[in-house]
Write a protein that binds this ligand. Sequence first.
Ligand SMILES: Nc1ncnc2c1ncn2[C@@H]1O[C@H](COP(=O)(O)OP(=O)(O)OP(=O)(O)O)[C@@H](O)[C@H]1O
Length: 593
Amino acid sequence: MIQSDEGAVSPDEKDVKRSTTSTPENGLSQILRLVLQELNLFYSRDVNGVCLLYDLLHSPWLRALLKVYDCLQEFKQRKLVPATPHAQMLSYEVVELLHASPSSPEIQELRQILQAPHFKALLSAHDTVAQKDFEPPLPPLPDNIPESEEAMKIVCLVKNQQPLGATIKRHEMTGDILVARVIHGGLAERSGLLYAGDKLVEVNGVSVEGLDPEQVIHILAMSRGTIMFKVVPVSDPPVNNQKMEDPTIPCADAGLPFQKGDILQIVDRNDALWWQARKISDLGTCAGLIPSNHLMKRKQREFWWSQPYQPHTHLKSTTYKEEFVGCDQKFFIAGFRRSMRLCRRKSHLSQRRAGACCAGSCCSAVGAPYEEVTRYQRRPSDKHRLIVLVGPSGVGVNELRRQLIELNPNHFQSAVPHTTRSKKSYEMDGREYHYVSKETFESLMYSHRMLEYGEYKGHLYGTSVDAVQAVLDEGKICVMDLEPQGIQVARTQELKPYVIFIKPSNMSCMKQSRKNAKIITDYFVDMKFKDEDLQEMEDLAQKMETQFGQFFDHVIVNDELQEACAQLLSAVQKAQTEPQWVPATWVSYDPES
Ligand SMILES: Nc1ncnc2c1ncn2[C@@H]1O[C@H](COP(=O)(O)OP(=O)(O)OP(=O)(O)O)[C@@H](O)[C@H]1O
């Protein structure tokens, strides 16, 4: 509608008066308005073509476009780069406003314009140009903020189908929505604009005052592309001794899934309960939350106490025979004696029955849920690493050990165990066993020189650190089998054990491969495997993996014997020649190395 050039002030004049305070004087909208004022004077005089020109320039879409352009210019002058997000925000804002007041036909028209594909295309073209000029935004502060007011900053983050990498929470006392943490390596951290403790004021133009964190998260989740935050920056560095009553993760999306035994790079351990870490196998990704040492210990203790008592079942036995040595052996290999193996099993049983934790199992695991590790490669001048084989009874640990040693007895050797029983006529001290007095044995036990020990038929049996060292000192590779409870005892800088878990394959394969195999029991030597024995083996293997899996450097499924043996040989060689993760305490810093 065109007003008369005389009399009442035209709506355009009103606009001019109103807008001069807020838009730059040389803004295109301002110029357009002045032009329209001029044209208005000639409109009623019907000067040739003026009406057409006036109508064209007066169309709402042009005014809307120039308004957006002017706002962009203003944002640019305030150095709020990149300007693109602001343009998008502005158009979203206008559309939102128009939704709220859909009455007049002009507003309807404006809404259609802003939502029209060509307008979006125009913005998108601008986006592309602006993206090229992108510089990390400076933390901008409006010039005209009164000193008494909190200084705010506007932060724009472009969310390219990746999480923002920040979590929020509500302040218990003030109810403010705060940035709870900024995830290392995430979008927010890389921008350098958001810090833990920043107070959120607006998200995408929506005030967060009175909103629940979930509502804010919803707004964020619904946002595409650029997200604009208005924040009051935290005055002090982020607070690290944050107290959380809730034992669950503060933000499930920010969690880092990991398993026991995974190698993690800890990038932030400031929080008492939740650390930030990355998997070493995936260092390119942004960090995630993991429970802190403290929280892990708490969880482990809770879990430990919640575990029901689980008695260990033994293989049933019928006939008793004296201990034996494999008669088909071409040469003598120590440490395969039946008494020693049964003693080991019995000591394992008694530990479980007593409900106590041996030094190497859950107690120490509770003490140190995480272990600092480093890469270690054995130098040719170093002693060999001890090879420890672990597995459920009957899986083939001794068979594999025997086969490995038979491959090259000059290179691989077992440690000679100690016993307090008396030497038999056909035995030799230091070959089958080291025959020692009870006092000597006990003094080795109490001075922690026994890797494992137990009692069988009233006699003590065990393998000492010194017996292992004796093999290593000869330049050989010592291969021994241990109950998993003994792993922790062996894990010393001195022995640097490489632990290989021997695992049964599935039941149907085991039934097939173990058709002719024999198990060792207390009383019956040539007993064949029954289905329940195989089932027990499988269950026990699972338990071992769950409880001790973090200590296993390598896992071999013992299905086909020769294949498993080849895998064992290859793993043993790698352990001695290739870099491996070991506890950091095993590697002392040597500046000359
Ligand atoms: N892959 C395999 N295929 C067929 N038989 C196997 C295989 N591995 C082991 N065996 C046989 O299974 C039986 C038990 O193996 P082994 O004595 O090595 O068990 P173990 O794990 O040392 O347990 P334990 O110490 O209780 O005897 C033996 O007769 C062995 O020859």
